[in-house]
Every structure is written in C-alpha cells, then in structure tokens.
Design a binder for this molecule. Structure first.
Ligand code: ADP
Ligand code: MG
Length: 562
C-alpha cells in the first residue's frame, strides 16, 4: 500500500495551530500526555489479554520506554501496549471526535487571557497534539496487538499527515518527536537532557503504575550498556496514607485520570477495611465540564481490582447526581472479569456506592463549614447537579439539603441554606417562600415579588430547571412548607394600610364589570380574573393554581418531549 496523504479535519487543524503557537506557558506537560496515553494503552492490553485467551499478544513485560537521541535531536516515547490499527490511527489521531470542539473553539476565542485559554483546552483532551508544542515533526509507529501489519503516521502539524503500512513495527506504539531548538525564554527546555526528562517524569508521572524506563545511549552513563533505569516509583497513591503523599502528587493523578489540566477543588480519600476491603481516592473538579448535562456525558470513576485497572467510567459506584466526581476505586475482592452488568447488581457494589456517597456529601459539608470560598465555587459549579439528588435519593435528602444553598432577596452575592432561612424568619411567618424562573433578573422583576419586597419578606430565588422539581419532592423543611409565591392564594397577613372587609367588597362591586369583560376577552387563555393584594406597582400579573405546573416547568417538560 502506498503512502497516503490526508488533511486534518478543520477542528483538528485549529487545535494544532494553537499547539504550535503554543498557548501553554508550561510546555513540559507534553511528556505527561504521551506517557498517559502509553499507560492507558498498557492498561487496555492487559485487560484485553485477560478477557481473551486467544489474543496473540506478549504481556510478559509491559512497560514504557523513553529514548533520547542527542545527535538526531529526537525523543521517543514507546509502549508495548494495545497499539492501533491503520484505521484507528486515522480516526483517533487525525480527527477530533469530540462534538463539543466547535463550541470549545468559540469559547476559546472569547477567552482573552492565556490562563483562561489554557484551562479551556484542558477540558478537551488534546493530549497527543501537545507533542507539537516541542517538536516540528512527529512520527508515530504502531501495531495493534494480535495484528500482523503496523502503521506509520507522520506530520509536521501543518494541515496534513501521511499514513503508510509498516512491516517493521513492534507491538504497541512509539511516538518520536523531532525536537525544536531549546528556547528557555519560552519555557521550551532541552528535552534531550537526561536530567530534564527524569525531572519531568518524577514531577508528573511518578504514580503511573507501569515502569517508565530510560533506555539507549544517553541513558547509560560511562561505558557499555547499563540496566535501563526506572524513573517512576509506581506507587498506587490510593493505597498510601494521606500524610505520605503530597498535594501535588494527588493533583497529578487527578489530571491523569480526568484529562483536566487544572487542579481539583477537593481530594477525598477513603480506606474501607473488614470483609470487603477497598480504597478510594476521589476528586471534585474545580470546574464543571461543558457536557455535564448532556446525554453522552461519561460519568463514573476508574475501577481497579487489586491494583489492576479494570474499567474507566464505572457508573455503578456513585449515583448520577455525583457524576462530576472523578477518581479511582480499588477493590480487593472482586473478580478481574467483572462486567458492567454484574456491577449493577452486585450487593457489595451497592454498599460501596452508599458509603462513597456519604463520604462525598460529608466532605462537601466540611468544605462548607471550613472554607466558604471553596464551597461557593463548588456550589456555583455543581449545585445544579447535586440538587437532582433531592429528587432521586430520599435516603440522603437531609444530607444534601444541609449542603444546598440558594440565592435570596436578602443578599446580592451570598447564598442561604434552608436552615439559615428558617432561623431568621420573623415570628408569625409559616412558610419558606421561593420563586422559580429562568434567571435572577427575571425573578427579580417578577410582579409576584412586589408584595414581598414591600413587606421585607425573604424570598429564595431558584433559577435552575431542577428547582421546579425538587421543591415539590421535598415539600417542607423543619415543619415549614416550601411555598411558591407564584402559585395559589397567599395570605401575607395584615399590613397597616390594608383595606377592610367592607372596602374590599365595595371594590369588588366597583370592578365587577371590568373583571367580567376581561374574563370574556381572555377566556381562551385563563381560568379567572380576580382582584389581588399582591401587587403594589404592576397593574396585573398571571398566577398559577396551587397544583398547576409553573411556566418554567411546562417549558422543561415540553423540551423533554412530554
Ligand atoms: P485522550 O487520551 O484524551 O483520548 P489523546 O489525544 O491523548 O486523547 O489520544 C487520542 C487517542 O489516541 C486515545 O484515546 C487513544 O485511543 C489513541 N492513542 C494515543 N496514544 C496511544 C498509544 N500510545 N497507544 C494506543 N492508542 C493511543
Ligand atoms: Mg491522552
């Protein structure tokens, strides 16, 4: 088969441009990305071999190699993992499958500052392309385990790449970077330096559970070939006690498993002993991913069994409303052959889910008590997701309510918990008042607010779609009913200038004609027209019956096609 030349997909080309004229201040991370891919490839091969006895693959010494060629100025990252077929290389390396990429590129244009752009890129896993930050040509040679023929992919990152069959490819993948000249002023270090490479591996990839070996001439000091040196300690961080591990080490593990470039907001560790032993290391990200509310959002943590990677995105270990949590769970007593179907029904897994859920909720609670600013970030990013739990997880409803807080008429920026609301409720107020709507501005301007504002009564401003649903599911808090100010009759009690019974009757008579006429004109759209004491400035407002859907909820159901 002759060499074929292909054009990068438009989005891929744009991302490559970003890499080449790098927006990252820290270029060292290219190595973390390539090592991370190699590690994934080794995980996949071990698992494939475990599942399929007939797979013709050598798994006797799975590892990652780094080779420096000082004369040619190249650095090669090699693994003997799962590899890729010819078609896979084209699909995985030549295109960006992520449907959010167009959206991302738009956001990126808006993000003026470099830091914002760097953060944004992190969400989109452009891992492999980061090689182009430090290299002017990248060659990838790969052979899929079990297949005879290999593939060579080459590109200068300038719009095209070539693909050809390769007879000489060993199993696995090697990525060779032809390095740009070092430019320390631009954070472009000398990646032919053994010392630099060792340092970067130690800093970013120490926890990788496969050996990362330095091989070749540059590796052997003095004369003759030496034993290849293993650069990483390979210690599973989740199995070590917290005081042995630095914050940085946890953060690097988080970045490896989440494909996020930013530090997590919170690190949570749990070591369960006893008859069903497991260790968990969970992370709350500092930013909600852009696709958190889409159908194909991949949720779940990584599952290991006795240090062996079993699967990504294991959904069974956490409920959907904690789908933003990332991490690793390593169980001692599960079969290596465990499948997603089995996990869904396993009694131990259900117990683990309960325990992990409680642990996450209690961590949020400590965050709330100990660090208001971090909690505020958490709530801003994930509050809308967590509130789904108020509907779906009645066992933990109280714990979720305890860490939920809401915008309020009694504070421009700060939020209030239901507990705080009830504590500062004036005597005689029997309900917790709220209003739902699409935005803070729209609820602020709602005519329903007038009477409450006039009387200085606190109203919770609920503007997430899920709010419509949980308020009904929860119903009350500490014996106080959750009451929408846009539904049914609300008796706000007497006010100094309130009209007497007689006056009201007189008014009703006076306006009977007008009300009758209005009812007739609007009969297609409304049930009744009545006089109201709710309004102070606006002439009229639309009120729903106590049991009706609110307009926002109607829209939500309509959007869901119901
Ligand atoms: P990500 O790792 O986030 O998926 P990358 O750009 O780093 O994104 O890699 C894209 C894909 O290319 C990977 O998902 C994987 O399928 C494939 N790939 C990359 N490097 C390797 C490798 N060393 N071995 C096998 N497959 C690889
Ligand atoms: Mg990657």
């Amino acid at each position: 088969m002759p060499t074929e030349t292909f054009e990068f997909q438009v989005e891929a080309r744009q991302l490559l441009q970003l890499m080449i004229h790098s927006v990252y201040s820290n270029k060292d991370v290219f190595l973390r990305e390539l090592v991370s891919n190699a590690s994934d490839a080794l995980d996949k091969l071990r698992l494939a071999a475990l599942r399929d006895d007939s797979l013709d693959a050598d798994i006797s010494d799975l590892h990652i190699e780094l080779e420096i060629d000082q004369d040619a100025r190249t650095l090669t990252v090699r693994d003997n993992g799962i590899g890729m077929s010819y078609d896979e290389v084209g699909q995985l390396i030549g295109t960006i499958a992520n449907s959010g990429t167009a959206e991302f590129l738009r956001e990126l244009k808006e993000a003026q500052d470099g830091a914002g752009a760097e953060g944004l890129i992190g969400q989109f896993g452009v891992g492999f392309y980061s090689g182009f930050m430090v290299a002017d040509e990248v060659t990838l040679l790969t052979r899929r385990a079990g297949e005879k023929k290999g593939t060579r992919w080459t590109s200068r990152g300038e719009g095209t790449y070539t693909l050809e069959e390769a007879d000489d490819a060993p199993q696995g993948t090697s990525v060779t970077l032809r390095l740009k000249p070092a430019d320390p002023d631009n954070q472009l270090h000398d990646y032919t330096s053994v010392w630099t490479i060792k340092e970067i591996v130690k800093r970013y990839s120490d926890f990788i559970t496969w050996p990362i070996r330095l091989v070749g001439e540059a590796a052997s000091e003095g004369d003759g070939p030496a034993e290849p040196e293993t650069l990483n300690s390979m210690k599973a961080l989740w199995a070590r006690s917290r005081d042995e591990v630095s914050e940085d080490e946890y953060h690097e593990l988080y970045k490896h498993i989440s494909h996020d470039w930013r530090d997590p907001l919170e690190t949570i560790q749990l070591q369960a002993e006893g008859t069903f032993e497991y260790q968990a290391l969970l992370f709350v990200p500092s930013h909600a991913p852009h696709d958190l509310f889409t159908q194909d959002f991949k949720r779940g943590v990584q599952l290991y069994v006795k240090r062996v990677f079993i699967m990504d995105d294991c959904e069974a270990l956490l409920p959907p409303y904690l789908r933003f949590v990332k991490g690793v769970v390593d169980a001692q007593d599960l079969s290596l052959n465990v499948s997603r179907e089995i996990l869904q029904q396993d009694r131990h897994i259900r117990m683990m889910q309960r325990r992990l859920t409680k642990k996450v909720l209690s961590s949020v609670k400590s965050m709330m008590a100990g660090d208001a600013e971090r909690y505020a970030t958490f709530w801003r990013e994930f509050g809308a997701v967590l509130k789904e739990g108020l509907i779906t997880d009645s066992d933990n409803r109280d714990a979720i309510l305890a860490v939920s807080s809401f915008a309020t008429t009694h504070g421009a920026d700060e939020t209030v918990t239901l507990k705080q609301y009830v504590e500062r409720m004036p005597d005689g107020q029997e309900s917790i008042y709220y209003i739902t709507g699409g935005s803070r501005q729209s609820v602020d301007n709602s005519p329903h607010m007038e009477a409450f504002r006039e009387r200085g009564i606190e109203v919770l401003l609920l503007t997430d779609p899920v709010d419509e649903v949980w308020v009904d599911a929860v119903g009350e808090f500490e014996g106080k009913r959750l009451q929408s100010i846009a539904k049914g009759e609300i008796d706000l009690g007497a006010r100094g200038d309130e009209k007497s019974e007689g006056e009201r009757e007189q008014q009703a008579e006076e306006y009977a004609g007008l009300l009758g006429w209005m009812s007739e004109q609007l009969q297609e759209d409304i049930k009744e027209v009545r006089l109201s004491s709710r309004l102070t400035v606006s002439p009229a407002c639309v009120v729903a019956d106590a049991h009706d859907l609110t307009p926002a909820l109607e829209n939500m159901y309509r959007a869901m096609g119901q």
